[in-house]
Ligand binder design. Sequence first.
Ligand code: ADP
Ligand code: MG
Length: 246
Amino acid sequence: MASTQPVVSIAGLNKWFGEFHVLRDIDLNVGAGERIVICGPSGSGKSTLIRCINALEDFQEGQITVDGIELGPRLSRVDDVRREVGMVFQSFNLFPHLTVLENCTLAPIWVRHMSKKDAEASAMKYLERVRIPEKAGSYPGQLSGGQQQRVAIARALTMKPKVMLFDEPTSALDPEMVKEVLDTMVDLADEGMTMLVVTHEMGFARQVADRIVFMDAGQIIEVNKPQAFFDAPQHERTKLFLGQIL
Ligand code: ADP
Ligand code: MG
């Protein structure tokens, strides 16, 4: 893996919201097939960081490279980067007036210029992968939260992204639906998808993460393999955080 280019490379990233310095000197490389879990207290900048990778936020200093495409502070090549990145949000963000299948074919047809027939065949494949093909003709409002989130994952996959970003994908779900979504994400990890996941699901982190990134106050405080992270956290702030959530 050392010889291959990172899929995501973040170097010297700094971002301000007005006067507020929200991301401070962030450096992070994510290798092909690597699974990174990002955790940290509320307001520490986790969402802002992964939104920068998808060019949903601008930034003032540094460089982000996704699959060789450079995204500098002027956010050139936004569309190129977004084509390579799949994103799943806390609130599923499906289009309510479109069926599940239509939600999953919209971008392949309009962005990838696939034919409707090919896009539908491909979307059905991804709906089968998230184990929900029978809901293809339903509307999002007719689905449970867990089902909607699995559709959101399938929808992102239809674009064949190089990396998948998840921002607290299970935190808006009723407890009984968390597992089905985490299981889907575990499947994705097993298939070798490169993933950056913001989550407080520490069982998932232990099981799936290659490395865990702990953020506080806009900085990366600690990066470690799960076992070391949980069993021997290096920094006081990490210990405090783990003490609160475990
Ligand atoms: P996290 O995801 O770790 O909870 P966020 O990245 O959402 O943290 O937010 C980090 C900080 O930036 C918080 O203090 C938040 O209030 C602030 N923030 C987030 N979005 C904006 C915005 N659009 N304008 C100003 N401040 C923001
Ligand atoms: Mg957040």
